[in-house]
Design a protein around this ligand. Structure first.
Ligand code: J76
Length: 283
């Protein structure tokens, strides 16, 4: 087979909130490419599969083992952080975010990453076999890394998770999830007129909804001419895993006729969607 055309990194996210010395919670979630495949809630001992293909090619026993590792880790991590805070005089409340995972590349290679943020700022990453503090991270973080680096068993486990388990899991997921991951979903598009930006002006909206995967191109056009005043909104996630985008154009009311909105997406091949202003709008 040709292997994956697009890239599907596995991104595991951990969010830990520490309110005070007696209250904290840790939640996790993981994405393969743009699709969320797992959640791991603070009140649950099990990692929940969100997709029919989330188990990948791992056996029930392998998942049991992984779950056990994460259960021990969650308790130990919480205790470690609380100890560091007491020892190194850190103030509550704070959040720690961890992003770790890997991407399988061509030729049986993979690339992994593990980054830790404190109060939203990157402070530590795991590199090779060690916890490495950012040079400008607070002194207590640097001390905590020195302590964490003394635990060789944990460093070996982290390395094994990143360099062996993660790529192995991803290879299986790319097989079990192939059809959903690789199948583009066509957007639908419609036009609207928004609140008048000023006297004698119109705000034309072009809505593009329900596409997968994410990159999409949408522009207001006059014939073949792209309208440079086109303003692109944020691409917003929808609950079903598809995306939504709105592009708008502020025009003089008299110049709206002859404008169109053009949409290109991988699901459409060469068949761009073209919607003409004035056909169907009350204008
Ligand atoms: C991100 C995934 C990491 C998975 C790590 C799993 C390993 C684990 O749970 N270790 C804890 C238990 O370790 C004991 O038991 C192991 C076998 O189960 C080994 O024998 C090991 O040698 C033994 O000590 C261990 O308590 C860890 O300390 C848990 C926390 C790991 C961690 O994230 N530590 C950490 C990393 C960076 C702490 C601080 C920092 C820097 C400061 C960050 C500031 C925001």
């Amino acid at each position: 087979s040709e292997g994956p055309q697009r890239h599907f990194p596995l991104r595991c996210l951990q969010i830990s909130s520490f309110a005070n010395s007696s209250w904290s919670r840790t939640d996790g979630l993981a994405w393969l490419g743009e699709l969320q495949a797992y959640t791991w809630r603070n009140d649950s001992d099990t990692i929940r599969f969100l997709k029919p293909w989330s188990q990948g090619r791992f056996s029930d026993q392998q998942w049991e083992n992984l779950q056990h590792i994460f259960l021990v880790y969650r308790i130990s991590f919480t205790r470690d952080i609380q100890e560091f805070v007491t020892m190194l005089h850190v103030d509550y409340p704070f959040d720690i975010q961890i992003s770790g995972g890997c991407e399988v590349l061509l030729g049986n290679t993979s690339k992994s990453f593990l980054d830790i943020a404190f109060q939203g700022k990157a402070v530590v990453s795991f590199q090779g076999t060690f916890w490495v503090p950012d040079p400008d991270s607070p002194p207590w973080v640097q001390k905590a890394c020195k302590v964490a680096n003394q635990d060789r068993g944990t460093r070996e486990t982290v390395q094994w998770l990143l360099d062996s388990i993660c790529p192995g899991l991803v290879r299986g997921l790319l097989e079990t999830g192939k059809s959903e991951l690789e199948k583009p979903v066509q957007p639908e598009a419609w036009l609207s007129s928004g609140p008048a930006p000023g006297p004698g002006r119109l705000l034309l909206g072009c809505h593009v909804s329900g596409f997968y995967p994410n990159p999409v191109w949408a522009m207001w056009m006059r014939g073949e001419q792209e309208q440079p005043g086109t303003r692109r909104g944020d691409v917003l996630p929808q609950a079903d895993g598809t995306w939504y985008l709105r592009v708008t154009l502020d025009v003089a009311a008299g110049e709206a006729a002859g404008l169109s909105c053009r949409v290109r997406h991988s699901s459409l091949g060469d068949q761009d969607i073209i919607l003409y202003w004035g056909r169907g709008q009350a204008s």
